[in-house]
Design a protein around this ligand. Structure first.
Ligand code: SRM
Ligand code: SF4
Length: 572
């Protein structure tokens, strides 16, 4: 192992395909934590060690170890979840976690507050309904996203099927997961020699860094295709899926004060047929496996491999490795990156209700009993749930009678979409941040709703109450709610302070740019108020806020991720 490799590379290489000493760590009664190296390996199994940030200093004062607990992330390819899986997740959340379910920005589930002694039972519990947590995190391909809705149901089904196939194809094959978490259920594996495990795609040290894949069907860019390492844009001609434009090299993460890190939008590499998806994806993944930077984890994502070596070089690798001659990209156009709320009917007559779930948190709060209501709906649902890429939930595939039943339950539990909710709120997203996220610098999920209360009032006062504007907040620059492609992006800098990014496109196709640094709520309002007024008086018909700010020269147009921090010729 080379001297310059990052420590995580050493841990992966020595882990015997992700086993490490996880079994011993789980059995150790002396601490609520895992051994250090195991905290890296557990991620590949969908598990993050965390501690309650609200209690951290008090516990330190009392010389107690941090209040350790674990976050478990379950993969839900394409966001499709059966009613039985929902009820099972609810049961595990109630019995083994903190009694809430979190829908993520990648159409997955997260449970928080699982203590070590509950961990194994929780993971086994999730697996009971054919849902797993393997590769929900770690240096592998993560949950594969797919569009929630499309009016042509056959096309939607075909794209969902491609997403599911790719998810399975890129899943790790190690037996470690079954050995550690599901013993008894896969007895035959227990006696196998761990070194005999093979990872045909990943090899012993997996990928240099996390890797993310999504599918999308224009005109809705709900999966934020340009934020993905690898994307497949469905091309639909005469009502038929003809194939996909392939995108590569998207990613949001950066570090404050380190301009060599930056968010980047994916490039369109070319067109492939649906039958070539697996081969193309595998070629993209193995190129990143072989050429990604394993010395510096802040420079290890595919976006940097591509910027360092050039997109033409990358295309050459993909074509050579896959044997697929990528064609000229086909035409496509997006209109937005949000969800369509309320009832929508597909061409086969199925009804779908997209329910707004503020910041993805499913809990009973006052008269809005989301957890109980969805439990009741799951008990009678004759269709499926679809977790959306915007932290919402579609109740999908019901007939007319089913629609009436769902409507009654939505009303009974006080969870139907608020018809008065502003488009700003409906287009808002916040990452988890405090108290669980170890990387949070500022509040996000617990704060954005109240900031939106104020901003929606200001927008209404400016006569913009009906204008959809995307707003996303994160507690740190890692970008978990994809803030750099929101028209108003707020990124945590320190307690109560944020960087404000403006000028991104409403459809997720252009990055915003830093407008104000390290500002508190009063400064945020002071910065936005005059821009709202200007937008109100000079807006062109149907113009979006981000486009307006760029057209008016309030912020420059960012044409590429590497120009995110510093303008270059052509950046306007
Ligand atoms: Fe994320 C790390 C939560 C989507 C970029 N993310 C984390 C961790 C696990 C913190 C940690 O490493 O200790 C957060 C756990 C918080 C908690 O307490 O639950 C966390 N990320 C989330 C979720 C739950 C946000 C949400 O509110 O929904 C999303 C889970 C997605 C899923 O189901 O898989 C989530 N994270 C994203 C996205 C959006 C996306 O994938 O479309 C991004 C930006 C896209 C990208 O990857 O570039 C994202 N998360 C990061 C990064 C920065 C990666 C980078 O390249 O620099 C980190 C930190 C890291 O990897 O070092 C991170
Ligand atoms: Fe945590 Fe930062 Fe991701 Fe928010 S953006 S969940 S604070 S890592």
């Amino acid at each position: 192992m080379g001297a310059n490799l990052s420590d995580v590379e050493r841990i992966k290489a020595a882990s015997r395909h992700l086993r490490g000493s996880l079994v011993d760590s789980l059995a150790n009664p002396v601490t609520g934590a895992l051994a250090d190296d195991d905290t890296q390996l557990s991620k590949f199994h969908g598990i993050y060690q965390q501690d309650d940030r609200d209690l951290r200093s008090e516990r330190k004062r009392q010389r107690l170890e941090p209040a350790y607990s674990f976050m478990i992330r379950a993969r839900v390819p394409g966001g499709i979840c059966t009613p039985a899986q929902w009820l099972n997740m609810d049961r595990v959340a109630t019995e083994r976690a903190n009694g809430t379910i979190r829908l993520t920005t990648r159409q997955a589930f997260q449970l928080h507050g699982v203590i070590k002694t509950n961990l194994k039972a929780a993971v086994a519990g999730i697996n009971r309904e054919m849902m797993d947590t393997l590769a929900a995190c770690g240096d592998v391909n993560r949950n594969v996203m797919a569009p929630t809705l499309y009016d042509l149901s056959d096309v939607h089904r075909a794209v969902q099927a491609d997403a599911a196939r790719l998810s399975a194809h890129l899943s790790p094959t190690t037996h470690a997961y079954h050995e550690i978490w599901l013993d008894g259920e896969k007895v035959a594996l227990e006696n196998e020699d761990p070194d005999a495990d093979v990872e045909p795609i990943y090899g012993k040290t997996y990928l240099p860094r996390k890797f993310k894949t999504a599918f999308v069907i224009p005109p809705q860019n709900d999966t934020d295709i340009f934020a993905q390492d690898l994307g497949f844009i469905a091309i639909v001609e005469d009502g038929q899926l003809t194939g996909y434009n392939v995108t590569v090299g998207g990613g949001m993460g950066m570090t404050h004060g380190e301009p060599e890190t930056y968010p980047r939008l994916g490039d369109v590499l070319g067109f492939c047929s649906a039958g070539d998806v697996l081969a193309v994806a595998e070629a993209v993944v193995t190129t990143q496996r072989d050429f990604g930077d394993r010395t510096n984890r802040k420079h290890a994502r595919l976006k940097y491999t591509i910027d360092d070596r050039g997109v033409d070089w990358f295309r050459g690798q993909v074509v050579e490795r896959s044997g697929v001659p990528l064609g000229e990209p086909r035409k496509f156009a997006f209109v937005g990156n949000g969800d369509a709320y309320g009832w929508v009917r597909d061409d086969a007559g199925g009804w779908h209700y997209t329910l707004f779930v503020q910041n993805g948190r499913v809990a009973d709060v006052g008269s809005r009993r989301l957890l109980s209501g969805l439990r009741a709906i799951a008990a009678v649902l004759d269709g499926e749930f679809r977790l959306t890429p915007n932290q919402n939930l579609a109740i999908s595939g019901v007939d007319d009678a089913g629609r009436r039943t769902i409507e009654a339950l939505l009303a009974e539990y006080g969870i139907a979409n608020d018809t008065q909710a502003s488009p700003l709120r409906l287009n808002s997203m916040a990452c988890v941040a405090f108290p669980t996220c170890g990387l949070a610098m500022a509040e996000s999920e617990r704060y954005l709703p109240s900031l939106v209360d104020t901003l929606e009032q200001r927008l209404a006062d400016a006569g913009l109450g009906d204008v959809p504007i995307t707003i996303r907040m994160t507690g740190c620059p890692n970008g978990c709610a994809r803030p750099y492609i929101a028209e108003i992006g707020l990124v945590g800098k320190g307690p109560g302070t944020y960087n404000l990014y403006l000028g991104a496109a409403f459809d997720g196709s252009r990055l915003g740019v830093l407008y104000r640094e390290n500002i508190n709520e009063a400064d945020i309002l002071e910065a936005l108020q005059p821009l709202f007024e200007r937008f109100s008086s000079a807006r062109r018909d149907g113009e979006h806020f981000g486009d307006f700010l760029v057209r008016e020269g309030v912020v420059r147009e960012v044409t590429a991720g590497r120009h995110f921090h510093t303008p270059e010729a052509g950046d306007g």
